[in-house]
Design a protein around this ligand. Sequence first.
Ligand SMILES: Cc1cc2nc3c(=O)[nH]c(=O)nc-3n(C[C@H](O)[C@H](O)[C@H](O)COP(=O)(O)OP(=O)(O)OC[C@H]3O[C@@H](n4cnc5c(N)ncnc54)[C@H](O)[C@@H]3O)c2cc1C
Length: 389
Amino acid sequence: MRDGREKVEIAVVGAGPAGSAAAEAAARLGADVLLIERKREIGTPVQCGGFLPEANELEALLPKAKIPEALAEVPEELILHRTRVQRIYAPSGRSKEFPVLGRVLDRRSFDRHLAWRAARAGARVLVDVRAELLEGSLRLSGRASGTVEADVVIGADGPGSATARGARLAARQEVGVCLEYEMAGVDIDPDAAEMYFGTGSAPGGYAWIIPLGEDVANVGVGTRPTYLRGRRLRDLLDSFISEHPIAKDKLRGGSVTAVMRGLVPAGGMPPAIQGGNVLLAGDAAGMVMATSGGGIPLAMVGGQAAGEVAARHVGGTASLREYTTRIATEMGREVDNSVRIREVVDKIMNSDRLMDALIATMPADQMKAVMRGQIPGALEKVGDLVAGR
Ligand SMILES: Cc1cc2nc3c(=O)[nH]c(=O)nc-3n(C[C@H](O)[C@H](O)[C@H](O)COP(=O)(O)OP(=O)(O)OC[C@H]3O[C@@H](n4cnc5c(N)ncnc54)[C@H](O)[C@@H]3O)c2cc1C
């Protein structure tokens, strides 16, 4: 398409996990779907740790969600590594762990694989094309230009979504900023995905080590800009690698083979994820667990729901308003709880002493529940204590 005007039933902006899941779901139901991605190569550059819990863990994470097939069944060649446990380090260096079976994805290939699935289902894919929602139409620029009039627009264009702004659905969002290195030649525990808390390395957030193999890992730090107080993210990550009492022995000898950075929504979903003929899915709709920053599963569950509701809407059997209800059922409680938990932990995280006490006193199974956005009574009590209730 060049300088033309095109009419489609469903236009999806962004071919990340949310957009490709939406395009595949809508195309499978017979809709005419256009998937538009501004990157030249879907999935590149990577902005992710690639950690994805196994299917049974996902069912426990989102018990009411319809888990997309592409999320449950990832082809083996896209899984770089598997982990067995999640380990949490307190600022003191003491740790606790609980079992979580995890898959570490080759995220670059995974995103391409999802777009291929959408294309095979019948969606048309445009890469190297930016879409901007202006007065209800999508203006394209890049490898194709022109205007697309869609019956339904699905905004799956990630954190800071321009589609959300164009549809006046964007809320002031608290975002996390992340910096991550892929490191080779490290001396890590290949069985464990690790999170490190402490005001020295990760004020207001955490640092992580996600194994990609026996001696290769994604090593990152995520926090929120208000916690940086003049420090640079790069300095935090570099000092985590060279100075953290536990992590330095694992990482100091490694080489950085890739640098990745990105934003993660940290404040939950905006008040509206549907307005007029626009639906938002994935990071564009704040569908991220605020406790961990994990967004791949929610993006795909949300994308699938958006695609299905949109396709049924153009087929005349659903109202777009059903999308909001469906998302509330499938993930609303978990996302809201994860934000509440994060707000409590925020207060505790300002003090390494309190964080040490929290991690020391909380049983490992409750810690797992907290990470999943389920609020065990213990954390509510801690929240009351911190709030002086
Ligand atoms: C450093 C880092 C590490 C992370 N690690 C993990 C992890 O280990 N596990 C996990 O579950 N989550 C992780 N996340 C979060 C996860 O990456 C996101 O939640 C997930 O990618 C959300 O998918 P999405 O499809 O909503 O958005 P995205 O993956 O951001 O995709 C949005 C797409 O839209 C495209 N786009 C944007 N604007 C336009 C436009 N105007 N026109 C056309 N295309 C456009 C973008 O190019 C992009 O391809 C991490 C995030 C970061 C930053």
